[in-house]
Design a protein around this ligand. Structure first.
Ligand code: ADP
Ligand code: ZN
Ligand code: ZN
Length: 812
């Protein structure tokens, strides 16, 4: 019997193995098997049960079978295959991120003593050899990592090699299962008492001398009157007892103890809140969605900020789980949306599994497996698209426009929203794409009728959209109406809001203190040694930091170039704004929400809690404050500098700017009182500023789509971005030139570049880009992808360019 096995490696093919007679009956699609490859052991997934011998004379044999039940479904494998084809990567790369690391194993070298080691120990004169030999003898079998830890040093290989050569130790490869089920002690009355062949009185008679034992038995009875197993932890909570007491009771034959596997996933039965009734507008939207679903159409739910999209999702989710089908709820980034996760858990209780990257390995495995078992609802960021659903009925992609749905590194460089739409084709599950600012791609699909469009144009309840004011920064500077980064209209509005007891959000798209440290004498600029960017000053850490590679350096007191002490911190990050604002609004409680203050989920949650409970008056933040936060009392939202966002060198800059301004404005006035938004800019006549000001969705989409079409950008054309990276700029450019030339021979004017990006070096790698623009035609696109892959392959070998890294990013 020959099978094909897929491994989580960036290799282009799957491998064929033979199955020994005695294991053949247990082989099934989707289970893991242990296989040897290049002197290591791996766990791979069985993808074909009928592989051909082909060129294999003597296929290697699998070693063992690791699962009783498949851990991957046929649907998943189809999805992976589509992703590998569509996003131009290998199936192994997809598998690598699709399966929790606890289920992907590769071997570890274990070392064990040979018989004569004991006798030879005393003869070992080399200290290192002696220490290692002793550690091996003491521990029996031991891994190289463990040896390194025991000895407190990294380099142990030479010593191990020497011991091996002397025939004192031996090595072997072992596959270690990383996932360990959690077990817990449970206690119950012994069989005689449960079957009533002995009476309870007899039990208590045996413990009359010990108060503690009697109490423990009583507690056991209260916790389980039916004499079932009781969790030892619960018993300990109920009564002051310990293991000596339990052990005595076991010896007396009154109780028994056993270990059982328990789940790590929170299975507490949460209090579930009843849902409020839907408004008329919500009911209307809900009905439209259902009728599109009946036509087998997916839906764009285009609802302004605060229109109550969540309430509509919950209605449909309930129906889907009542039918016994599963729901996947995708969110931009889990930590940023704790409010929504909370709302869904309050509604659906323990049916909800929250799948995110910060879960520990074991919990991830358990959640993954719970999908196979049919757990009804999963919430997660883009990678939860890889869960193994049993019967998927609905995918909600909330904030579908969010850039974090696209993974740009490593491969597969996939778009979670688009993958959800493909998964819908595979499974028949319906998709709702929800947003107040739909992406151009989704909007156009709506116009073309590929998606049903459902609109919610008013906020829920009495809330209305806020008033927006634009402040012209040039004019403010000219008439001396600026205090630091704050124009007088903004300062005035902040004071008014504070006087009325309202809270304020200030948005600045830059963390740290200031983006540049410059010498006033020689114009020296603090730059990153590894990247082509300037270092950001951080006051709290008293450091210069690179936001691209993480490089840090203590802030210098004098210019490293000329020794002058005239160093100035130019520009404003959130940290500086927090500092400066305190000077003008002395009474206000000011806090900051950005990557530096909310590194952990706990920090993030505590800031949100404080803002929610009005312990904070003004919250200054980066993008983090734009995403889905829903607070009662925000009277004012300020955007400190709109220009950087609109001028970003990317064809989506205007789209991102409109989304950002509209979303951040959407945090204001979400209850009864009308909110206010102030946007500061040097370019008040900019189209996006005007469209935001007038809430002119129609104008925005019309202008943006026309521009995209004219300049051959998505969503009318497709793009593939090739990124070349190398330590030497010349090599990077010359290989890019050569590749572009080869591509142009086939693809003509579809090939743009090579071009050097505005940041042309990151982590000591120079970067060169080639863009390919393609017409929207699946056959053409497929052919072009083949050409690209072929040319990259041949350029890499021909031009001696194997050290140049070339990434393919489809739909960047
Ligand atoms: P969106 O996601 O569309 O911006 P939300 O779902 O956050 O809007 O809803 C805005 C606010 O209105 C929330 O505070 C929500 O609790 C409230 N809300 C929405 N629908 C209802 C309803 N049917 N009954 C009561 N409150 C609602
Ligand atoms: Zn200087
Ligand atoms: Zn750097």
């Amino acid at each position: 019997m020959l099978i094909k096995v897929l491994l989580p490696l960036a290799i282009p093919r799957s491998y064929t193995y033979s199955v020994p007679e005695e294991l053949q009956s247990q082989i099934a699609f989707g289970i893991r098997v242990e296989i040897p490859l290049r002197r290591k052991l791996y766990s791979g997934i069985v993808t074909h049960l009928d592989a051909e011998t082909e060129d294999l004379v003597n296929p290697k044999s699998i070693i063992s079978i690791m699962d009783r039940q498949p851990i991957v479904t046929e649907t998943q494998l189809k999805l992976w295959q589509w992703m590998a084809d569509y996003y131009c990567c290998s199936l192994g790369q997809v598998m690598n991120i699709a399966i929790p690391s606890g289920l992907k194993l590769h071997s570890e070298t274990r070392i064990s003593p040979m018989q004569k080691l004991d006798d030879h120990l005393a003869n070992l004169t080399n200290d290192n050899e002696f220490m290692i030999a002793e550690a091996i003898l003491n521990n029996g079998e031991i891994s190289i990592d463990e040896i390194a830890k025991i000895l407190g040093k990294k380099s142990v290989y030479p010593t191990i090699k020497s011991l091996l050569d002397q025939g004192l130790i031996t090595t072997a490869e072992h596959l270690i299962e990383k996932y360990k089920p959690k077990t817990q002690d449970f206690i119950q009355f012994a069989e005689a008492y449960r079957s009533k062949s002995k009476s309870m009185d007899e039990a208590f008679n045996l413990t009359t001398k010990s108060e503690k034992q009697t109490q423990t038995l009583l507690a056991l009875l209260t916790l389980s009157p039916t004499l079932d197993w009781v969790d030892k932890g619960d018993l300990y909570k109920k009564v002051q007892t310990d293991s000596t007491v339990i052990n005595t009771l076991i010896k007396k034959g009154i109780v028994i103890k056993e270990k059982f596997e328990v789940s790590r996933i929170n299975s507490n039965h949460l209090e579930v809140d009843a849902l409020p009734p839907m408004s008329d507008a919500q009911t209307q939207a809900y009905k439209q969605i259902i009728s599109y679903f009946e036509e087998d159409k997916n839906v764009l739910l285009f609802g302004v900020t605060g229109s109550g999209k969540t309430r509509i999702y919950t209605e449909i989710i309930q129906e889907v789980i009542d039918r016994g089908e599963q729901v996947l709820f995708l969110l931009p980034e889990i930590a940023l949306t704790t409010q929504l996760v909370q709302r869904l858990t309050v509604t659906f209780g323990s049916d909800v599994g929250v799948y995110h990257s910060r879960l520990d390995q074991h919990r991830r495995v358990e959640l993954y497996k719970s999908a196979l078992e049919g757990n009804p609802i999963f919430i997660g960021a883009r990678s939860s698209i890889f869960l193994p659903f049993k019967k998927l009925g609905l995918i909600v992609v909330d904030e579908e426009h969010d850039p974090s749905y696209k993974q740009s590194d490593p491969a597969p460089r996939y778009q979670g929203r688009d993958t959800a739409l493909y998964l819908s084709q595979l499974t028949g599950a319906r998709v709702i794409l929800g947003s107040a600012t739909p992406s151009m791609e989704t909007y156009l699909n709506g116009i073309n009728g590929k998606l049903g469009v459902v609109n919610l144009i008013h906020r829920y309840g009495e809330a209305v959209l806020p008033d927006i004011d634009i402040v012209d920064l040039k004019q403010m500077h000219d008439s001396k109406m600026m205090r630091s980064m704050f124009s007088s209209p903004l300062l005035h509005a902040m004071k008014t809001a504070l006087n009325q007891g309202e809270q304020i959000l200030l948005f600045q798209n830059r963390r740290g203190y200031s983006p540049t440290l410059q010498c006033g004498t020689c114009e020296w600029n603090a730059g990153c040694p590894n990247c082509d960017v300037s270092l950001t000053t951080h006051k709290y850490y008293d450091e210069l930091r690179c936001h691209y590679c993480g490089y840090r350096h203590k802030t210098p007191q004098e210019c490293p170039a000329c020794g002058s002490i005239k160093l100035s911190k130019i520009g404003f990050g959130t940290e500086k704004i927090e500092d400066e604002l305190g000077k003008y609004l002395k009474e206000a409680k000011i806090a900051r929400l950005d990557y530096d203050t909310a590194k952990t989920k706990a920090q993030f949650e505590s800031l949100i809690y404080d803002f929610e409970h009005q312990n904070i008056d003004i919250l200054i933040g980066t993008q983090m404050i734009t995403k889905g936060l829903d607070f009662d009392n925000i009277g004012l939202v300020g955007v400190l500098l709109a220009d950087k966002i609109m001028n970003f060198p990317d064809f989506r800059a205007n789209e991102r700017a409109f989304q950002l301004f509209t979303q951040v404005a959407g945090r204001a006035g979400r209850r009864k009182k009308k909110g206010k938004v102030i946007i500061q800019t040097y370019n008040p006549s900019h189209a996006v500023i005007q469209e935001t000001l007038k809430v002119d969705y129609a104008g925005y989409y019309k202008r943006e789509l026309a521009e995209r079409e004219e300049f051959r950008y998505p969503p009318y054309y497709r793009q593939i971005l090739l990124t070349l990276k190398h330590k030497q700029q010349e090599k990077c450019i010359s290989v890019a030139d050569f590749l572009a030339e080869r591509l142009k021979a086939h693809l003509g004017s579809r090939v743009i570049g090579p071009a050097v990006p505005s940041i042309n070096r990151i982590r000591n790698q120079y970067i060169t880009l080639i863009t390919i623009k393609m017409e929207q035609d699946w056959d053409t696109i497929k052919t072009i992808k083949e050409i690209i892959k072929k040319e990259i392959h041949s350029v890499k070998s021909e031009k001696n360019a194997s050290t140049v890294r070339i990434n393919i990013n489809v739909d960047p």
